[in-house]
Design a protein around this ligand. Sequence first.
Ligand code: AMP
Length: 282
Amino acid sequence: MQIITSVSEMQHYSDKIRINGNKIAVVPTMGYLHEGHLSLIRLAKQHCDVVITTIFVNPAQFSPEEDFEKYPRDLNRDISMCTSAGCDVVFAPDVAAMYNHNFLTFVSVDNISNKLEGTFRPSHFKGVTTVVAKLFNITKPHVAVFGQKDAQQTAVIKKMVKDLNFDIQIIVAPTVREPDGLALSSRNIYLTNGERKDASVLYKSLKLAEEEINNGENSVEIIKTKMIDLILSKPNFIIDYISFNDADTLEELGTIAGTPVLVSLAARIGKVRLIDNLVIKK
Ligand code: AMP
């Protein structure tokens, strides 16, 4: 497996792959990899000849009060995990390689970037779409794989790809979970033992919503109240939002008129903010 840190070297490498008629998949990550990331790499490998995993903690998607400095990093561990998952190239630039000292150009997707996570993290998706657009121009992929874990991120990126005519197929991979349902996340290491145990209530609340919808409950208010009661049975939780949305447009739903419905939530426990979601289909 090759490790590349220079933007021009990465572009040159991808040019050669394309000239040889081979297909490239990219898996953008912020590193500190776990089984969720590796599942994306394996899925990418099924669709393409060469898989590039990008590892870059992107300062542009963190607000000043967020955890950019403290975000977990371990490049050597990531490299050996990428190797074992069948990745061909790790692209791991430093911040200076990605953002020159007079960087002035940003990509932002209006409307859908401003709801849900965007309400709590106002400049987050502008940072995500800017870095993903750059990574697309640097790695030149045919396919890009993202996780359903970040449902709004996938909707925003699909919209960017459509609106800006990126000739890239976006594949969304299912969320990988711990046996008790907690979605794998690089930030889970910050949970204390007690918080880790309580954190499984988030997935349980999503499954409760699924059960309610499958039983014919169509009032979002009623389902939300039951979810809130369940989550707050663990008193250390603070809920940022629970939302029911159209899975593609992210339009907020007041009643369940049909499926699929995206149920998503964000909640804080101790110092950790967790997000999760479920697409409910009948
Ligand atoms: P991150 O490193 O957290 O920015 O995530 C990089 C990619 O991995 C994104 O497309 C995420 O949606 C995806 N991802 C993160 N956690 C999981 C998970 N538990 N299961 C599947 N994909 C995930």
